[in-house]
Design a protein around this ligand. Structure first.
Ligand code: 5RP
Length: 229
């Protein structure tokens, strides 16, 4: 089988209404290596005549989408996004998600909530029973008083400041990320609410009930999962 991430990205093209023909579509563009493959594939379809605009979830996705020929809407909105395609770091049996491995989860959540349908593309290594078994929860915080915010986070798990090349990772908005070890998480919705109740927390990487379709690529092909009613 080809690269599973690319297989999931190509399968997501089937989730685009009318496959880009007919009325102009608005497509949310996720962030990360799997989303990157989707943006590349979508760009090829746009160059072949698909009629759509994108809404990027990060500056890296903006740069890539522009490079492959996808016209983009401005950042202000409001947008009415037909379908959003994004990756995830972990997907639970209930199809709840942990996102934010690419430090883009705040914009990703904004775009997710502005979308009629959310399609998540992952390889099979991302699947777990309960969230938090495989990944910590990324929490974006303001730099201001981040030591105080961290102390509050310690009531809910073990926060680790995300660092790369010896420097704190900054989000596109200039904020910091604490990766909160809190798993396995019994009630992701309750944890999300508790985290967002802490002043200084901008957003969490917990996406509860926010996936309409999850495309999981593994050795046997791409499986299409939808939440149980
Ligand atoms: C970025 C994300 C990504 O979707 C997530 O990290 C998955 O990335 P990849 O496709 O590279 O495994 O949430 O903030």
């Amino acid at each position: 089988m080809e690269d599973p991430k690319r297989a999931a990205a190509i399968a997501a093209l089937n989730e685009i209404p009318n496959r880009g023909h007919g009325a102009v579509l608005i497509v949310g563009l996720g962030t990360g290596s799997t989303s990157r493959l989707f943006v590349e594939e979508l760009g090829a379809r746009v160059r072949a005549g698909w009629n759509l605009f994108g809404v990027p979830t990060s500056e890296s996705t903006r740069a890539l989408a522009s490079a492959v020929g996808i016209a983009l809407l401005d950042d202000e909105g409001p947008w009415d996004i037909d379908v959003n395609v994004d990756g995830a770091d972990e997907v639970s049996a209930k199809l709840d998600l942990i996102k934010g491995g690419g430090a883009a989860h705040t914009r990703e959540k904004v775009v997710n909530y502005a979308s009629r349908r959310n399609v998540i593309i992952v390889d099979a290594t991302k699947m777990s029973t309960k969230l938090g078994e495989r990944w910590p929860v990324p929490v974006e915080v303001l730099p201001f008083a981040n030591g105080t915010t961290r102390a509050h986070l310690e009531r809910l798990g073990v926060p680790v400041l995300r660092v790369r090349d010896g420097h704190p990772v900054k989000t596109d908005a200039g904020n910091l990320i604490f990766d909160l070890k809190a798993g396995p998480i019994a009630d992701p919705g309750a944890l999300d609410r508790a985290l967002r109740g802490i002043p200084g927390v901008v957003e969490t990487g917990l996406f509860v009930g926010r996936a309409d379709v999850v495309l999981v690529a593994g050795g046997a092909g791409v499986e299409r999962l939808v939440p149980r009613a």
